[in-house]
Design a protein around this ligand. Structure first.
Ligand code: GAL
Length: 145
């Protein structure tokens, strides 16, 4: 027997996942919490925080095939300079907590409650209204607080 899908708290998040955020969206001062598990044969996945019509403010892209977590923005139709510093904290098949805080100057990114990195805003951190998750990952929970 093999388990191919995980149900958590009665809610199931299909991947690719895309959610438009109602109201003020992912406003400054808010935090996005995601609990997820990379597939056993995970190559890559990403979490994007996108703006209405004007690009991806944060592309958070763990790459098991390169053992690094790429962060970037997609503005005016093109990718910017990648940020790749830091350890590779994820393991295939192991559940992790990702927290992204939208602060005044930067996104603060925590993994399993520990500071992972800071990503200085390249787009105004307002009108962040879409979350996209895709790739080799299962999502267990998503909260915006
Ligand atoms: C590209 C890749 C994109 C995105 C980007 C980030 O090479 O095709 O999906 O991850 O890097 O810089």
């Amino acid at each position: 027997m093999s388990i191919s899908k995980i149900y958590w708290g009665g809610k199931y998040y299909p991947v690719p996942y895309e959610n438009g955020l109602a109201g003020e969206g992912f406003a400054a001062g808010k935090a996005l919490s995601i609990q997820a598990m990379p597939d056993m044969d995970c190559s890559r996945f990403y979490v994007n925080i996108a703006k209405w019509c004007s690009g991806i403010a944060l592309h958070f892209n763990p790459r098991f095939d390169e053992k690094c977590v790429v962060r970037n923005s997609h503005i005016d139709g093109k990718w910017g300079k990648e940020e790749r510093q830091g350890a590779f904290p994820l393991k295939a098949g192991v559940i992790f907590d990702l927290e992204i805080k939208n602060e005044l100057n930067a996104f603060q990114i925590l993994i399993d409650g520990e500071e992972f990195c800071s990503y200085t805003h390249r787009l105004e951190p307002c009108e962040l209204c879409t979350i996209q998750i895709s790739g080799d990952v299962d999502i267990l929970d998503i909260q915006l607080q």
